[in-house]
Design a protein around this ligand. Structure first.
Ligand SMILES: *Cc1c(COP(=O)(O)O)cnc(C)c1O
Length: 451
């Protein structure tokens, strides 16, 4: 722990020189300096402990500073820290590619490395697009995505997530995209699937059919967050719905891209969400949990068919895309260590236990006035404060500040309160978190459930 003077110094330096993401810098409260972290806890410079129920922006899987990953990183750093990945390879990249391919359904067979979720999405969009060009098809210049999608903040990724309203200033320069409805589902008072879901799904599929009828032949690729739309408010759909959508899209010959950046690596209870829907995409995007939350690394995994459409005798059909830190050995070593923890620590079983506890808690939470659309999947549990998810609700910052006072990192998406702890959280810590969140929902009810 640092003394008070140096803590103030950190914040002062930060305030003078750092530009933070996703905040209005003029009005945002000063950032909290974190000294260290372990398991599910962050320890602030002033000694306070904060329970990390956001898995540090959805990246952390097994807990902070997990010794097995730290060890693997240290060993790798003393062996090979980085090397150009054009014309060279190394054991961590080759082994990790083999493992990812083994975990994913055939025919996903080719791993293209990059650095973060947005670049994994950019690569997938460019692959889908260029694959058509390489086959002599030039009319397919549109993409298809779900309403409310979020796929990252670079231009291509913004384009396919435009309907989430983050990107108003860029509207004029984004790619052409058709958006199809996402049929949300949630639990009723008995903990069963809500009664209206089939009607919503049928309406959404009818709208998709109309889009495909009109523009299907012009679509280069369809991209979706499988089962859970993260940033637009942990909106969940039924596996059957995702499957029906993907089947209709695939029937038009349109490549399916599943963005598992948030859902991958156990978050939804299976290693990948696509397993529950029984969907095999042409391309899949992986990042956040790939290294267990230690380092930025991403992979776009392509089917054999997509890969082969880039083969030829000249450079013209090659995928001319790459990043300086592509397949960084430290990232790959962390990813290998993280993947083996799934076996040695029974990570998916732990996530199953978190889900059981979350479902019990949801029953209590759903009885509070104004709490709507309770839902849970894997280690994710969410409720809306008021009916519809609204990212721009002013409730978010107020609740976040109150949660922090009470020792929890809970970062509502507007009026959506969700928990997404790392798999290592103890039952005691989870129970404490559940209690505290109920308390905050109760005390803030006047803000969203008037009367
Ligand atoms: C976070 C996220 C991204 C973007 O990942 P970054 O690493 O932040 O660029 C893309 N897709 C989904 C579904 C995400 O949740």
């Amino acid at each position: 722990m640092s003394d008070n003077k140096s803590i103030a110094g950190i914040v002062e330096l930060d305030q003078r020189h750092v530009w933070h993401p996703f905040v209005q810098e003029q009005t945002a409260p000063p950032p909290l300096p974190v000294a260290r972290a372990a398991g599910a806890s962050l320890f602030l410079e002033d000694g306070r402990e904060i329970l990390d129920l956001a898995s540090s922006w959805w990246v952390n899987v097994h807990g902070h500073c997990h010794p097995a990953i730290a060890q693997a990183l240290g060993d790798q750093a003393r062996t090979l820290e980085h090397v150009i990945f054009a014309g060279f390879t190394h054991a961590p990249a080759a082994r990790l590619a083999e493992q990812l391919v083994n975990f994913l359904p055939a025919p996903l067979s080719r791993v293209f490395y990059s650095d973060n979720g947005s670049t994994a999405v950019e690569a997938a969009l460019k692959m889908a697009f260029q694959s058509w060009r390489n086959q002599g098809e030039r009319r397919r210049t549109l993409f298809l995505a779900f309403e409310g999608a979020y796929h990252g903040d670079t231009f291509g990724a913004m384009s396919v997530g435009r309907s989430s309203n983050f990107y108003a200033p860029f509207e004029d320069v984004l790619l052409k995209v058709r958006f199809t409805p996402f049929a949300e589902t949630w639990l009723n008072a008995d903990g069963d699937v809500d009664a209206g879901v089939e009607t919503r799904e049928a309406a959404a599929l009818a709208e998709l059919d109309a889009i495909l009828e009109r523009d299907g032949k012009r679509v280069a690729g369809f991209i979706a967050e499988p089962l859970v739309q993260g940033a637009s408010g942990m909106r969940m759909c039924r596996p059957e719905f995702l499957r029906s959508v993907c089947e209709r899209v695939a029937a038009q010959g349109i490549p399916v891209i599943l963005d598992e950046v948030m859902t991958g690596f156990g978050r939804t209870g299976t290693l990948f969400a696509m397993e529950q829907a029984g969907v095999t995409p042409d391309l899949v995007c992986l990042s956040k949990g790939l290294t267990g939350g230690f380092l930025p690394l991403a992979a776009t995994v392509a089917s054999t068919k997509v890969y082969e459409s880039f083969l030829g005798s000249d450079f013209g059909t090659a995928f001319a895309h790459g990043h300086s830190y592509t397949a960084n050995p430290l990232g790959c070593a962390a990813a290998l260590a993280s993947l083996s923890l799934f076996t040695t620590e029974g990570t998916l079983e732990r996530i199953g236990a978190i889900r059981e506890a979350n479902l019990r808690w949801l029953k209590a939470a759903a009885r509070l006035p104004g709490i709507c659309r309770p839902r849970a999947l894997g280690s994710i549990v969410a409720v809306n404060l008021g009916l519809e998810a609204d990212y721009h609700s002013s409730l978010g910052p107020k609740l976040k500040a109150r949660f922090l006072e009470l020792g929890l990192l809970v970062r509502p998406l507007g009026n959506v309160v969700y928990l997404m702890p790392p798999a290592c959280i103890t039952p005691e810590d989870l129970a404490r978190a559940h209690q505290t969140v109920l308390q905050v929902l109760r005390e803030s009810a006047p803000l969203y459930a008037p009367r």
